[in-house]
Design a protein around this ligand. Structure first.
Ligand SMILES: C[S@@+](CC[C@H](N)C(=O)[O-])C[C@H]1O[C@@H](n2cnc3c(N)ncnc32)[C@H](O)[C@@H]1O
Length: 206
């Protein structure tokens, strides 16, 4: 089994108890609150969540009356749970695919989000370019992820390496990556939680 298959297997296995886990309750769900508070004006929007897991962010945006909600993830286990949790929500769809090859046309979405997933993506440059491609001109990107910033962040990075996480960034290196892909007005915010995390926002120019 290569490292990608192992990563998929890990999330397939975790999917069954993901939303009951300690990590979910004490870290992921509160981070979703923070991300939701930053993604304003979702009503009527077409939103893509990359590495959507069990779909919590999309369920939240659905409650705020987004028009079309799409989650993409490479773990079939995560997608199966996401579908189970949103069976009654017919404006949400889940699609199997990778961040590096998003199965969507150019300029389909107003907003792209990715929460606590980016450090797993094997090819961050390609993933960011893909998110840029599927956003409409003027579209907005929100990435919320762990950071290697600061003493705690560097500690997390060591732990992440043991778990074979792919890439941790700092606000500075993540901003540079987004700008390189063409995003403008890139801004960031440190999320004061453990593990150390950051929020990055960018616009695709009109
Ligand atoms: C820690 S979970 C986060 C899930 C969700 N975003 C959340 O906040 O609850 C990371 C997710 O990223 C997905 N993932 C990892 N690498 C991926 C890739 N290259 N393309 C698509 N999804 C990926 C995993 O399958 C997993 O569901």
């Amino acid at each position: 089994m290569d490292s990608r298959d192992k990563a998929k297997q890990h999330f397939d296995d975790w999917s069954n108890h993901y939303e009951q886990s300690y990590t979910w309750r004490h870290f992921f769900s509160p981070v979703h609150d923070i991300l939701q508070a930053h993604v304003l004006g979702v009503q009527g929007m077409h939103i893509l969540d990359v590495g959507c897991g069990t779909g919590d962010m999309l369920r939240r945006f659905s409650g705020e009356r987004a028009a079309r909600l799409v989650g993409v993830d490479e773990s079939e286990g995560m997608l199966a749970k996401a579908r189970e949790f949103t069976a009654a929500d017919d404006n949400i769809t889940y699609v199997a695919g990778t961040a590096e090859s998003l199965p969507f046309g150019d300029a389909e979405f107003d907003i792209a989000t990715s929460c606590i997933a980016f450090h797993h993506f094997p090819d961050p440059d390609v993933a960011v370019s893909e998110m840029f491609r599927v956003l409409k001109p003027g579209g907005r990107l929100f990435i919320c992820d762990l950071t290697q910033q600061g003493l705690m962040g560097r500690g997390m990075l060591l732990y992440g390496k043991l778990k074979a996480d792919e890439h941790y960034f700092t606000e500075k290196t993540m901003k540079a990556l987004l700008e390189e892909a063409g995003f403008r007005e890139v801004a960031s915010e440190h999320v004061f939680r453990f593990p150390p995390s950051m929020l990055i926002f960018g616009f695709r120019e009109r």
